[in-house]
Design a protein around this ligand. Structure first.
Ligand SMILES: Nc1ncnc2c1ncn2[C@@H]1O[C@H](COP(=O)(O)OP(=O)(O)OP(=O)(O)O)[C@@H](O)[C@H]1O
Ligand SMILES: [Mg+2]
Length: 278
């Protein structure tokens, strides 16, 4: 797979291989007992460079969440290794924030209390925590909702709370597993705008799983496509549409010939209508 990032994606050249933020090297993963393993991932390799926005796509059940769980440190691969800055990932730490499809929030707690979870775990003084909570709620457009209970919020707002909660500890990497999959079309588009803008403003590295080809192309600097289970990465596509939008292009960029062609190419791969072309 790519040793270097594609043109126009990630930090400026020249590149050294050691600049990789994440390297996934021949990772395999089998669930279940050793006698009767259920193989979810087979020989998965890819790199992520600092500042990239990588979207991962693939058929349902091909192992996307399994990869994210390995990167988060929730599970260990049964073969190969996943590294962060050259060091094997062996557990969870605050340098990687995770946002799930179903926001894992405390429904009966206030928005502020949910967002304050990380700083409280880190024993941050209260005044500092309050200031951080206010700042991060503002950054996701939820100022004024600090005292609302989570169960009072819409799905899109809950996902914003989850994003603020994962950003507040200032992780280097944001891992997002189909975070907008359950949102209606308009809310989803707004959420995409927010995450694109956060990426641009903070320069964070984002690893984002989606089923939606348009979403991938509207956000990513690179799109990785996985095969059917046991999943492996079969395609690595540079994408410049998100960056173009941020640099001033209007919505027509989503309707351009290039966008359409990329969409067609990725759809064919994800649905298995076309053989791997890498
Ligand atoms: N804890 C587990 N124990 C056993 N099998 C599992 C476990 N977690 C996942 N699997 C299996 O591993 C395979 C990959 O699962 P994974 O959730 O990573 O796929 P996915 O690509 O994220 O799917 P989806 O698109 O539906 O979210 C699936 O066949 C799934 O049933
Ligand atoms: Mg999944």
């Amino acid at each position: 797979m790519t040793a270097k990032p594609p043109d126009g994606a990630g930090p400026p050249a020249p590149y050294e291989v050691s600049d990789e933020l994440i390297s996934v090297e021949s990772v395999s993963l089998a669930y279940g007992p050793r006698r009767r393993p259920s193989v979810a991932l087979e020989n998965v390799s890819f790199n992520v460079f600092p500042g990239e926005f990588v979207c991962l796509m693939g058929p349902s059940g091909c192992g996307k969440s399994s990869i994210l769980n390995v990167l988060a440190g929730f599970i260990r691969p049964t073969g190969g290794v996943a590294k962060l800055r050259g060091r094997p990932i062996v557990g969870v730490d605050r340098h990687r924030g995770v946002v799930f499809q179903k926001p894992a929030l405390f429904e009966w707690f206030s928005v502020a209390r949910n967002v304050a979870f990380g700083p409280r775990c880190l024993k941050t003084p209260k005044a500092e925590t309050d200031a951080l909570v206010a700042r991060y709620l503002k950054s996701v457009g939820l100022e004024g909702f600090a005292d609302h209970k989570v169960y009072e919020l819409s799905g899109g707002m809950k996902q914003r709370v989850a994003i603020a909660r994962s950003l507040i500890t200032n992780p280097e990497i944001l891992l997002m597993d189909e975070p907008f999959g359950a949102l209606d079309a308009l809310t989803r588009e707004r959420a995409q705008d927010l995450v694109r803008e956060i990426w641009w403003r903070t320069g964070k590295t984002i690893f984002f799983i989606t089923h939606d080809v348009d979403e991938a192309l509207k956000l990513a600097t690179r799109v990785l496509v996985m095969s059917e289970r046991p999943g492996t990465v079969i395609h690595d596509e540079p994408a410049g549409f998100s960056r173009a939008r941020l640099e001033g292009a209007d919505d027509r960029v989503w309707f351009s010939g290039d966008f359409h062609a990329a969409r067609h190419r990725l759809l064919a791969l994800v649905t298995g209508r076309e053989k791997n072309d890498t």
